[in-house]
Write a protein that binds this ligand. Sequence first.
Ligand SMILES: Nc1ncnc2c1ncn2[C@@H]1O[C@H](COP(=O)(O)OP(=O)(O)O)[C@@H](O)[C@H]1O
Ligand SMILES: [Mg+2]
Length: 170
Amino acid sequence: MRPGILDCGIIAAVQWQAKEFSDRTSIACKVTCVNDEIALDSDLAIAVFRVFQETLTNISKHANASHVQVKLVELEGLILLEVTDNGCGITDIDMEKQASFGIRGMRERCQQLKGNFHISGDSERGTKVTILIPMSNLEYQSGHLVGLENEFRGPQQPGPIKKKKKVSRL
Ligand SMILES: Nc1ncnc2c1ncn2[C@@H]1O[C@H](COP(=O)(O)OP(=O)(O)O)[C@@H](O)[C@H]1O
Ligand SMILES: [Mg+2]
């Protein structure tokens, strides 16, 4: 079934869902989108929206987060959705739970549309879900997708300060 809010476009739909989530759970949810408009095929819009909803459901059920950051971007014919929470961080064991179908379902949805689904967790930083799907039926080489993912990831959060290596000059 197609959620009616998608008639307003994927950006408005994601913003609406984020606000509804935030009002319901009291978890702050901030959406950043650099594009004014992103025109998606119906199937793709539904997939992105459903993955977003499932990701928010997982955050409210499992993460114990206080903040969620959402990025929705169109770049080079790809749609990218990145959802980062500041909760407990998913573990490898969590991802392999046999009786859990949420993550499996999200991954399959993305793969059906020739896209990528990625989830990673860190006990100090929380969980990040990234989906990257081509907007046309063109098949992108997975290397291209990964390259763009890395490019988009931008500067990493500051880590521990490293001591400068001494350079000896002769
Ligand atoms: N944002 C998150 N933060 C922490 N843990 C998570 C998060 N999302 C998912 N998980 C973990 O991954 C498991 C699998 O998720 P999922 O496949 O959606 O199944 P379910 O939600 O039905 O348990 C969850 O049971 C939970 O332990
Ligand atoms: Mg779930």
